[in-house]
Design a protein around this ligand. Structure first.
Ligand code: NAD
Ligand code: TDX
Length: 367
């Protein structure tokens, strides 16, 4: 069971563990390892701990005391230092970030604060921790930074991103993530901090805050409201089921080469129009009274600076660490649509808590 982690990895710090991908990672660590998980999160609008609480209840006494929440904002250097000292980690997965491109258009400052300054504070705290570890723990220690394919910019109709693609971020979100990637690499080169990075494509699956494409489309279709398709709907994203991303993170953290960055993607390229159509036809079978749901698809003003196409070449991570995605897009999407239909109360609750009514984000005022 402990094989998922390097031997001696008993204390794992996950930042952003109350979010969508961090939550999936925390649940996996609780289920399939014996490690104690320290979950550092500011508990922002996209956070929710219900999925972790359900997992803890399911595991019963086996998980007693193995999940410890550290409610900290990485923008606060002092609190970040104290949290890292309390966690005393053997391994860090850094996922905490503001993550929604549309919100980064409306409020870029929050992205610089969490993603750039927050990563800087975390790196300083982790470096101080790592430098004072006894030799054996110091040699095993890893800092795994979780990033996105959006740092590479936008592709034309051909080609895929790989580890050698130059950085070319184009939204406030992707620029802030690129900044954090550069900080992590700099801490490796300058201070010797043992880091691994991964740059993953679009994730989807259960427990994603309902502001991103797939949960938004499911929600709008079920409610019988217009389904917003930005621009011509021909933008391409490379979709990966969240459990496959978690598997890649665990493998890269234990088998990845230090200082390396790995591109993660599951050959899931689809246009937005194709994704929306697939959700509508899944819903036609599950909710025939609303069929055909595609009548709700509505083209709306495009996202400013909308990247045209993302696609990942995952050769390096499959060759070097042995990662392969398990879910096809069709399997993952069917599971996701089914899950959101069952969890409409959860969606309503988290939207209400966040003060988000489901309206359009990230449009510039007319000049
Ligand atoms: P999310 O928005 O669901 O969760 C992010 C979590 O980080 C939230 O719980 C939030 O409270 C926390 N957080 C944000 N700023 C913080 C701060 N200053 N201090 C402490 N906690 C803070 O995001 P997600 O989709 O789970 O993404 C997780 C990570 O994976 C991010 O770094 C993101 O850039 C990266 N990523 C996401 C995707 C995707 O498709 N969702 C793809 C590739 C990479
Ligand atoms: O209502 C919508 N209609 C629509 O057409 C929304 C919310 C999105 N879109 C389009 C914009 C994108 O082309 O769908 C595509 C996907 O949009 P998002 O779900 O907002 O994701 P994206 O902007 O591609 O970024 C995501 O993938 C990379 C995550 O939010 C990032 O955190 C991750 O790094």
């Amino acid at each position: 069971m402990q094989d998922l982690l390097l031997p001696g990895t008993e204390r794992v710090l996950v930042t952003g563990g109350a979010g969508f991908i961090g939550g999936a990672l925390v649940r996996r660590l609780l289920r399939d390892t014996c490690a104690t998980v320290f979950n550092l999160d500011k508990l922002g609008y996209a956070s929710d701990l219900i999925s972790i609480e359900l997992t803890l209840a399911e595991l019963g006494s086996a998980a007693q005391g193995r999940h410890q929440l550290l409610r900290v904002d990485l923008a606060n250097a002092e609190a970040t230092g104290a949290a890292v000292r309390q966690a005393d980690p053997d391994l860090v997965f850094h996922l905490a970030a503001e993550s929604h491109v549309d919100r980064s258009i409306d409020e870029p400052g929050a992205f610089i604060e969490s993603n750039v300054t927050g990563t800087f504070h975390l790196l300083q705290a982790v470096r101080a921790h790592w430098e004072q570890l006894p030799q054996e723990r110091r040699e095993q220690f890893r800092f795994h930074h979780i990033s996105t394919d959006e740092v590479f910019g936008s592709l034309g109709p051909m080609g895929r991103f790989s580890e050698t693609t130059p950085y070319d971020p184009r939204s406030p979100y992707s620029a802030s993530k690129a900044g954090s990637d550069h900080l992590v690499q700099a801490w490796h080169h300058t201070y010797g901090l043992p880091v691994v990075l991964t740059n993953c494509s679009n994730n989807y699956g259960p427990w994603q805050f309902p502001e991103k494409l797939i949960p938004v489309v499911i929600h709008k279709a079920v409610a019988g409201e217009p389904i917003p398709l930005y621009g011509d709907g021909q933008n391409v994203r490379d979709w990966l089921y969240v459990e496959d991303h978690v598997e890649a993170l665990l493998l890269a953290a234990s088998r990845g080469q230090l200082g390396r960055s790995y591109c993660v993607g599951g050959h899931g390229e689809r246009t937005n129009k194709e994704v929306v159509a697939a959700i509508c036809s899944a819903l036609d079978s599950l909710l025939p009274t609303g069929a055909p749901h595609r009548r709700l698809i509505t083209q709306v003003t495009d996202r400013p600076g909308h990247d045209r196409r993302y696609a990942i070449d995952p050769t390096l991570i499959s060759m070097e660490v042995g990662w392969q995605p398990r879910y096809s897009f069709e399997e993952g999407l069917a599971a996701t649509v089914h899950w959101y239909l069952e969890q409409q109360d959860w969606c309503r609750q988290v939207r209400e808590q966040a003060g988000y009514s489901g309206g359009r984000l990230g449009v510039l005022a007319p000049s």
